[in-house]
Design a protein around this ligand. Structure first.
Ligand SMILES: Nc1ncnc2c1ncn2[C@@H]1O[C@H](COP(=O)(O)OP(=O)(O)O)[C@@H](O)[C@H]1O
Ligand SMILES: [Mg+2]
Length: 263
């Protein structure tokens, strides 16, 4: 089964940036294929990876509901499966599926069911799944995946961030899925480190921090120019720190340099 990494946190904290860097690290440094899923309605993982996303799962649903489609003799389920496969962007080392923005709560259910089926399938053929989640972890709470091996909760280094991390940790405990490990990350930390008030607050909330990632000028410049995360230097400080973090927290079997290909 795939090792399932889910990245969560409030909007604007760096979830998509870190998801993209994780995908780069696994494909380039560990030489393993990744099934990437952009589950944030405000989809941005594709553009961070330098891809042009033409169609999302929500678009497929929209077309079906508005009866714009000719199933060409296929069953509806088969048609949906086919359309999802068509919307996946395939690169040498990774694939990207973009969920898109479903209209209305019922549609979330429908799109999430499609996502679950898809993940069940890729879970048996890829060594890694990396999901960039929406702020509310909606699809995790709707049992979209059977399990998450590593939940990364990303936060800004502020009191509001600390309170949000505590809330997400509690929410994660109440989800109807197995989450094997939850780790909190402070991102975009200024070079002087985190404020002592914040450290006290984290201690009093019982929120342990597993990684402190710096504010990084090259990451900012890349985003400001709309360039791909694959263009940042391999020596980039954030990329190296993230690599060290993954080396520490991924199981040894997933780090081994034996090339595993997609089936
Ligand atoms: N460590 C960092 N240093 C500098 N800028 C960062 C860092 N992490 C994220 N950013 C920037 O912060 C903004 C929000 O990041 P993003 O990954 O889109 O957040 P989210 O997916 O949580 O909404 C982006 O402009 C991104 O380039
Ligand atoms: Mg994002």
């Amino acid at each position: 089964m795939a090792f399932n990494i889910a990245v969560a946190g409030k909007g604007g904290t760096g979830k998509s940036t870190l998801s993209a860097l994780i995908i780069r690290y696994i494909t380039e440094e560990l030489d393993k294929p990744v099934s990437a899923v952009d589950a944030d309605p405000n989809a941005s993982l594709g553009s961070l990876l330098g891809l042009h996303v033409k169609s999302t799962v929500a678009d497929i649903r929209e077309d079906i509901v508005e009866k714009k489609v000719d199933f060409s003799g296929m069953s509806k389920d088969r048609y949906i499966e086919y359309s999802i496969e068509e919307s996946i962007i395939e690169k040498d080392k990774y694939d990207l599926l973009t969920m898109g923005r479903p209209e209305g709560p019922k549609c979330y259910c429908y799109v999430n069911n499609l996502l679950r089926k898809y993940l069940d399938k890729v879970g048996t053929t890829y060594p890694f799944i990396v999901t960039d989640n929406e702020a509310g972890m909606e699809h995790l709470s709707r049992r979209t995946t059977n399990n998450v091996d590593l939940l990364l909760i990303v936060s800004e280094p502020t009191i509001v961030g600390a309170l949000t991390m505590q809330r997400i940790l509690k929410l994660a405990d109440s989800l109807p899925i197995t989450i094997r490990q939850k780790l909190c990350i402070l991102n975009r930390v200024p070079k002087d480190g985190i404020h002592e008030n914040l450290q006290q607050k984290l201690d009093s909330l019982g929120v342990g921090i597993s990684a402190i990632f710096p504010y990084d000028q090259e990451i900012y410049d890349t985003a400001a120019c709309g360039a791909s995360i694959f263009e940042i230097s391999r020596e980039n400080e954030l990329y190296r720190k993230l690599g060290g973090f993954l080396q520490k927290h991924l199981p040894a079997s997933m780090l081994a340099k034996t090339t595993v290909s997609r089936i």
